[in-house]
Design a protein around this ligand. Structure first.
Ligand code: ATP
Ligand code: MG
Length: 1005
């Protein structure tokens, strides 16, 4: 990137670049471009018209420095996002233009897109424009890395759409990832600058995509630079503040120029070394520090002949009498008044077409010949109202556009809008892409509400088709407002589309309400099949939101309708039945649906039915369940039903969990779900992964997965949120963090105060785990009893391990173990293998108590055989409990069990449990192992400080000069746990780390 230089003699720091060459000259660099562009085709020549635009960048040193640094960082692979904010005309676009120039000179790929003003913004417009701006509109760059993302990119750039691509994947994460990969592919060796202009007008999808990028650019060679007016607040400003707060973007607010800078700018604008003081202060007084107004005031003075150049120096007429416009709009109106009626008509028509307009449309709109139109445009350029921009014209500024529009009388505007609508529709049949929104705006302005409503409906449906749900909602809501209550023919399809939008975006309540209202309004007039579909749509929304009664009611109505598809109705009803715990009925309905659907019905219904069948079977027979899910997966993949394929994989993963606790298949499914953008499913998978990791006592990873699940659930209003919070609480319990655990439990219960699974797990899983690790077995047992009571009184959807631990602990403590075990078995808790195994240990203890040592040994051996390798924590804990009973009752081999368990728990840092094991060994009279060969007992001095044995081990290794990572490896701990131990040592000894090493050498023992 070029470094800023001090321009000789004048002081302002400017960026090196083409503009520098023009410094000090009166003519802007646009002059040549203007001539070329308006040449032969238009038959116009605006080349001799002066455009007052400042050729050099004035001031902005600090911002320039920041942008340079950001660009350099991006080049080094540390990308980021910078947002330039400030009022209209303050110079945001100018700064990004300079940035783009510098980036281009450094070999960056520069992509630019902008949001535009208008009633309803087009979804993703700025991104679409940016991505094709590299001149690659016709086709997507070839790269294997992009292959999985082609459908997503096709949503942004219609030309890239693939005809055979399966629909389905609509998520923002997927789209964001797609854009990220594309940016990477576009800039393999250098870097990429993505400029997004005027974000205050951006649609919500664009902002969401920007948010995704901003959060994920830090390791890319990509700099994203956005501009927005922050004065009006709005969603973009809110996003900017949020991104800045979490460190995902830098926000650079642009302040007004001081008088000295304005004077430099004014002189540079006209190419003078210096302007007379009178002119300087006049301009400064008018422009009030806003660069745009500096140019405009000068343009007005020159345009009106009040400021003239003679013999290389500038003279002002009597500035006092030079009419001073009260507002910028007045200034524009006065300039318009100065031209002939035809030109005014052309400029007015142009304004009706938008800030950027297609000049070819102006002839049909005004009824004038092309030559006259071009002459009028040329006058517009001379008046500093219109500027030429590559192949097109645009109003110089958004404010200019608004002022020209405001200068038209309302009937003039309506008339021009009507003609413009006709011209647009004639020139672009079917109003593709952004023309649709423009046509809708024009129809509304022309007072044709029905036409505007129809066009908005069309635009809304297109948004829906590409999954731009927020924009679809916005557009359709506007359609509703435009159409008004009386036009039933239009209102119904708009409401139907809105119902779909609500259902798809997870706004369950609104979907249901809208569907209901619609049905009520249409009454019996609706064709049967459409009515049935509407009811099923409501039911599906309700199922997604776990609103079973609501779903059941709609399904009932659909079933009564002659137009309904019986298989679909049954499949929906089966989902509701299983959701409400009516397993037999769910099975029956699902099998009915399966029979009907297998006979040429839709494959989705086959998959849905098999899913329900498998979920019912899972309660009693894992093999049968696995067969159903595997079949569903096969059908789904044969028909390219990605979502159903994933759902089946997900179910298969849950079977693994019941058997071995492995989360591997779940993680595979999750990867697929992320790649496909199936967000709700990703959240459900994260939930299960976190459950599995908690059962393996991998608390840090479990916490991360549960957090991901909770975050997504909040965003998409998913029903799994309370459970995601409970699994966070469990992980906190494992880490010994009681307050955090209680806080998450409280969050979960406030969301689902009557959910037995949530309440049951809070007691039996979270709190009891905390008590176990703290060595309080009595308390743990009582908490598990409370949890079991809650979970066993309802048809529990899950069977957490504590249902096995509860009778096991009860057996040791002589507390109703046999009865508890029987209840767990009756509730089929043993379908979960770890629960079955734990109950086996309980049987062993009970047999020992009853003086049947051989039975005890046999039961123990059987239980051990059921415990897979991933269940190490539970196996060792069960051994620790069984050993205590075996010691008392004289069976088994308690000493070796305890020795192994002591080593296992000590290595994990579960100090209390390890100490209990060693205590039992001592009681048994067996030699108590040192924790590791060579380790000594805890020296008295350390004990006095409250240092634990585990911490003492860490201290010894610190003394040997090992780093945390090495210590973690030696002790089979996570580096995080080692960090915790070191921090605790520092706190207890009051030393710094460097001193710790010496400290241990001077200890006794
Ligand atoms: N620091 C500057 N030095 C010289 N000229 C400037 C400077 N800042 C802005 N200008 C000029 O002022 C005019 C308005 O600036 P610009 O278009 O960048 O404003 P903006 O903040 O993007 O406004 P908007 O919010 O309306 O898009 C432009 O013609 C620009 O070249
Ligand atoms: Mg701008």
């Amino acid at each position: 990137m070029a470094s800023p230089t001090r321009s000789p003699g004048r002081g302002p720091r400017v960026w090196l670049g083409p503009t520098r060459k023009t410094e000090g000259r009166a003519v802007s660099p646009r002059r040549h471009r203007t001539r070329r562009l308006c040449g032969p085709a238009a038959g116009a020549d605006t080349g001799h018209v002066r455009q007052v635009l400042c050729p050099v960048l004035v001031g902005r040193d600090e911002e320039t420095g920041h942008l340079q640094a950001a660009l350099a960082a991006a080049q080094a692979g540390q990308g980021g996002t910078v947002l330039l904010t400030g009022e209209a005309g303050i110079g945001k676009s100018r700064l990004v233009r300079e940035l783009a120039r510098a980036a281009g000179a450094d070999g960056f790929t520069v992509l630019t897109g902008r949001a535009v003003a208008g009633g309803v913004p087009t979804p993703f417009r700025p991104f679409a424009e940016a991505l094709v701006s590299a001149g690659r509109a016709e086709r997507l760059p070839v790269s294997a890395e992009l292959d999985p993302f082609r459908p997503a990119l096709g949503r942004l750039v219609p030309e890239w759409r693939q005809p055979q691509a399966a629909a389905g994947d609509e998520s923002l994460v997927y789209l964001g990832e797609a854009v990220l990969r594309l940016l990477r592919v576009l800039s393999p060796d250098t870097g990429c600058l993505l400029v997004l202009e005027d974000l205050h007008w951006a649609d919500r999808e664009t902002l969401a995509l920007l948010e995704y990028l901003a959060d994920n650019l830090s390791a890319e060679r990509v700099l994203c630079a956005g501009t927005l007016r922050d004065e009006e607040g709005g969603e973009a400003a809110v996003l900017a503040a949020a991104l800045e707060a979490r460190g995902s973007a830098a926000v650079l607010p642009l302040a007004r120029l001081d008088p000295a800078a304005m004077a430099r700018m004014a002189a540079a604008c006209v190419g003078a070394a210096q302007l007379p003081d009178t002119i300087q202060s006049f301009v400064a007084g008018q422009a009030e520090g806003i660069p745009f107004l500096v140019e405009e005031v000068l343009a007005a003075l020159i345009g009106e002949g009040a400021l003239t150049e003679r013999d290389g120096s500038w003279h002002a007429a009597d500035l006092v009498t030079a009419a001073v416009p009260a507002t910028f709009a007045d200034a524009v109106r006065r300039r318009l008044d100065a031209v002939d009626a035809d030109s005014r008509q052309v400029l007015g028509a142009a304004a009706v077409l938008g800030r950027r307009f297609d000049w070819a449309l102006l002839s049909p709109v005004t009824g004038m010949a092309d030559a006259a139109v071009v002459a009028a445009l040329r006058r517009g350029v001379g008046l500093q109202l219109v500027a030429t921009d590559r192949e097109s014209f645009r109003f110089r500024h958004a404010l200019t556009h608004e002022a020209v529009l405001a200068a038209l009388l309302p009937p003039e505007r309506a008339l021009l809008a009507g003609r413009a609508l006709a011209a647009v529709e004639a020139a672009h049949p079917g109003v593709p892409g952004a023309w649709c929104m423009l046509a809708a705006d024009l129809a509304e302005r022309a007072g044709d509400a029905a036409r505007a409503g129809a066009l908005l409906l069309e635009a809304g449906r297109r948004d829906l088709a590409v999954g731009a749900l927020a924009s679809a909602e916005h557009t359709l809501a506007r359609a509703q407002a435009v159409i008004g209550p009386d036009n039933a023919a239009l209102r119904t399809p708009v409401d139907e589309a809105l119902t779909e939008v609500f259902a798809m975006s997870g706004q369950v309540d609104r979907a249901i309400e809208m569907g209901r209202t619609l049905l009520a309004r249409l009454g019996p007039g609706l064709p049967d099949a459409r009515a049935a579909n509407l009811h099923l749509g409501i039911a599906r929304a309700a199922i997604a939101g776990a609103q079973w009664a609501e779903a059941a009611a709609s399904i009932e109505v659909a079933r009564g309708s002659p137009g309904a598809d019986a298989a679909q109705v049954d499949a929906c009803a089966a989902q509701v039945a299983i959701g409400q715990g009516r397993l037999a009925e769910a099975d029956r309905l699902a099998r009915a649906a399966l029979r009907a659907a297998e006979d040429g019905g839709p494959p989705e219904v086959v998959c849905e039915a098999l899913e329900v069948i498998g979920r019912v079977a899972r309660q009693r027979d894992l093999e049968e369940a696995e067969r159903a899910f595997a079949r569903s997966a096969a059908v789904a993949s044969a028909h390219g039903l990605q979502l159903w394929h994933l759902r089946a994989l997900h179910e298969l993963g849950t079977i693994d969990q019941l058997r071995t606790e492995s989360v591997d298949r779940l993680e595979q499914a999750r990867e697929l779900a992320v790649a496909q953008g199936a967000l709700a499913l990703t959240a459900a998978l994260d939930l299960q992964i976190s459950a599995g990791l908690n059962k393996q006592f991998r608390a840090d990873e479990a916490l991360a997965a549960a957090r991901r699940s909770a975050d997504a659930s909040r965003r998409f209003h998913l029903a799994v949120l309370p459970m995601a919070l409970i699994f966070q609480a469990t992980a906190h319990a494992i880490r010994g963090e009681r307050e955090a655990m209680e806080a998450r439990i409280a969050d979960a219960i406030s969301l689902a105060p009557a959910d037995q699974d949530v309440l049951g797990c809070a007691w039996g899983h979270c709190r009891a785990t905390f008590s176990l690790l703290a060595g309080d077995l009595g308390e743990a047992h009582a908490q598990m009893a409370t949890g079991a009571e809650l979970m066993l009184s309802s048809p529990a959807a899950i069977a957490p391990p504590f249902l096995g631990l509860w009778p096991l602990l009860g057996a040791l403590l002589d507390r109703d173990a046999a009865e508890g075990a029987a209840r767990v078995r009756a509730a089929r808790g043993t379908r979960h293998l770890v629960v079955a195994a734990l109950l086996g240990y309980a049987d062993a203890i009970l047999a020992g108590r009853q003086g049947r040592p051989a039975d005890a040994d046999a039961a123990f051996a059987a239980a051990e055989a059921q415990m897979g390798p991933l269940m190490a924590w539970y196996r060792h804990y069960a051994r620790r409990l069984a050993a205590e009973a075996a010691l008392a009752d004289g069976w088994g081999e308690p000493a070796p069990w305890l020795r192994e368990a002591a080593a296992y728990f000590a290595a994990r840092g579960d100090d209390r449990v390890a100490a209990a094991c060693r205590g039992l060994l001592r009681r048994a009279g067996a030699p108590v192992p040192r924790q590791r060969p060579g380790d000594g007992e805890l020296p008295g001095q350390l004990r006095a400080l409250g240092v634990t044995e585990r911490e003492a081990d860490v201290l010894r290794l610190v003394a040997q000069g090992l780093g945390n990572r090495e210590i973690a490896e030696r002790m089979f701990l996570s580096p995080r746990t080692v960090e915790k131990h070191v921090a605790s040592l520092l706190a207890k000894t009051g030393l710094r780390r460097a001193q710790l090493a010496g400290y241990s050498a001077g200890l006794d023992g």
